[in-house]
Ligand binder design. Sequence first.
Ligand code: ADP
Length: 387
Amino acid sequence: MPSPQTSPKSSVIQALRGIVPAGQDQDIVSLNLVQRVDLSTADGGETGAPTTAVIEATLPPALAAQRETLRKQIAEAVAKVGAGADVRFSMQLSGGGSAPQQNQAGQTGAGSAGFDASGSNNPLPDVKHVVAVGAGKGGVGKSTVAVNLAVGLARNGKKVGLLDGDIYGPSIPTMLGTDRYEVRASGKTLIPFELHGVRAMTLGALVEDDKPLIWRGPMAHGALKQLITQTDWGPLDYLIVDLPPGTGDVPLTLAQTLPLTGAVVVCTPQKVAQDDARRAIAMFNQLRIEVLGLIENMSYFIGDDGKEYDLFGRGGAEMLATQTGIPYLGGVPINTDLRKNGDAGDPTANFTKNDQLAGDLQNMVKAFEQQVSVVAMQQNAPTLTIS
Ligand code: ADP
């Protein structure tokens, strides 16, 4: 996929993307091991040829033995773009938890969302990974990605929950087909819907379809918190949370209520969409929610003639990923079946009735799972710096 490189830093990151540690099927950038790339350039500015690159990378215990090989590979890759490399590694020690820290959302604890490492302030201790799906603006396919991610993970044998956090315009009832069923409760506890292998809860099930959902901030906060804590999720490998578009209160509520492994940002390929995605990334950074990766939706279009049409400038999200150092988790094409199956509440059909679509979705799910496991490994390990 073409992704024109403009800055020397992009060239270095691109070169590092060619390094895949033995035993892994992703490169060191996608594995989120590269923490810092700093360049000195010939003209001291953004555009001159790089002369020295300081690369800081974190190595999990499983890769510790490859330290010198990786150092050599990094130096060689950086030399190819014309610079000398100063490579520094941080090693992670397995086990234990990192020191509690205060985050912007006001909680203390370890990990991206800053929760107590002992789990004592976690209302859903039986959920291994909470991952938010966000987008800078509406209509880019955020809910579509959230639903298909959840269904794909469930099809891979994982226990998955899907929380419709898009409380202002819930799409999950239509896309997952929950709108055909009544919500059930046991006392004060909501029983999640179980559809397409996924446990789902949505505010859309609790309100009338045609009433606009107008929430004041505190009401929205309370409603979301109740959906999270009063639903009987049971043990889950993943709880996927579909956030409202943009940068409102809901992500803050989520960060204050649950420890998140991270978030994925969905964007379409156009330049303007990248600007919106940057705002979403900045919001997650501010909330200290790790951005696990970028997903490009409506990446390209396959015509009836079987040809691929590049309508919006395919590769835009991948380029944004390169520029920001955030892993790219794959692209989903514009596909009529995806829209039809979304409208019909039948996401399983995306995985069973169209091989090309199923392949793209499965690749996205696989990249997502790998990224979650790497980030979780990093969040759970204290770091010891050894250069
Ligand atoms: P968002 O959550 O970002 O507002 P949605 O996921 O609700 O966006 O998608 C908006 C509409 O676009 C839906 O009708 C959905 O089925 C359709 N759509 C999303 N992604 C695709 C795609 N890749 N191909 C075809 N239709 C899509």
